[in-house]
Design a binder for this molecule. Structure first.
Ligand code: ATP
Length: 229
């Protein structure tokens, strides 16, 4: 079964084309890395898959259903700017997100948070470090019991320990629930550890749909600066 399928997917902003004619077929249960230089179209591709922005042309299907104006119920999306309310406490944030979702498991959130360093539930979300905020946002995403996780730069701004924890959380979900993951990153070392294959975007187009070693061998220059690598 295909988890995420795009057909000739394109998105333009005025004269600028962010995503151009992308046709991809991402199988269920795989971890797919989305790579490319700054401005290559990674965030736009994920936002299109999340139903957050409408395509200029082409289409997105998740588990066979066309995405139109909204997040598919079987998907979770972690935007690059983590969408959390800074004035809420951690507990209030968990309850608020729970109230907004039909398909929701508080237990799953707690499980994901338990894997991390103790988190002060009374702390304001705005006071959390970027690493802790990402871990909270990811745990909230997992609370939707997704079959497809769309993660925009889940490892950026994190120290190596936090990166490791976030990756472990993601991979535990993959191992336990067979979740399909699409994650964008500049960190090729980490991608090599977790990804079954990578999609390299260049000027909005799919330049390579293959394995990480192929990418490292032939297209290293198109990946952009390695964000702390
Ligand atoms: P980065 O690694 O810097 O986040 P990216 O690969 O995620 O880059 P996008 O953010 O998808 O790339 O941007 C692709 C192109 O589309 C860029 O040229 C960007 O300026 C443009 N773009 C993205 N969103 C918008 C928008 N809302 N309005 C206008 N242009 C946009």
């Amino acid at each position: 079964m295909t988890a995420l399928h795009t057909t000739a997917l394109s998105k333009s902003y005025g004269t600028r084309t962010a995503v151009a004619d992308c046709t991809v077929d991402l199988p269920e249960g795989k971890v797919i890395g989305l790579v490319g230089a700054n401005g290559a179209g990674k965030s736009t591709f994920l936002a299109l898959a999340a139903g957050l922005v409408a395509p200029t042309s082409g289409s997105v299907r998740i588990f066979g259903e066309e995405v139109r104006g909204g997040l598919h119920p079987r998907a979770s999306y972690l935007p690059q700017r983590r969408a959390l309310y800074p004035d809420f406490t951690v507990d209030e944030m968990i309850r608020a997100v729970g109230a907004m979702n039909r398909r929701w498991s508080r237990e799953r959130v707690e499980e994901a948070l338990a894997a991390h360093t103790a988190l002060d539930r009374g702390a304001k979300v705005g006071s959390l470090s970027p690493g802790v905020r990402t871990r909270l946002a990811l745990a909230l995403g997992l609370g939707r019991m997704p079959d497809l996780l769309l993660l925009d730069e889940p490892l950026s701004d994190l120290d190596p320990l936090a990166r490791d924890e976030v990756l472990r959380s993601i991979m535990a979900d993959v191992a336990e629930r067979g979740t399909t993951v699409v994650l964008s990153s500049h960190l090729l070392g980490e991608l090599r550890e977790v990804c079954d294959h990578v999609l390299l975007l260049h000027d909005g187009r799919v330049h390579l749909d293959g394995d990480v070693d192929e990418l490292l061998a032939d297209h290293r220059d198109l990946v952009g600066p390695a964000d702390g690598e």
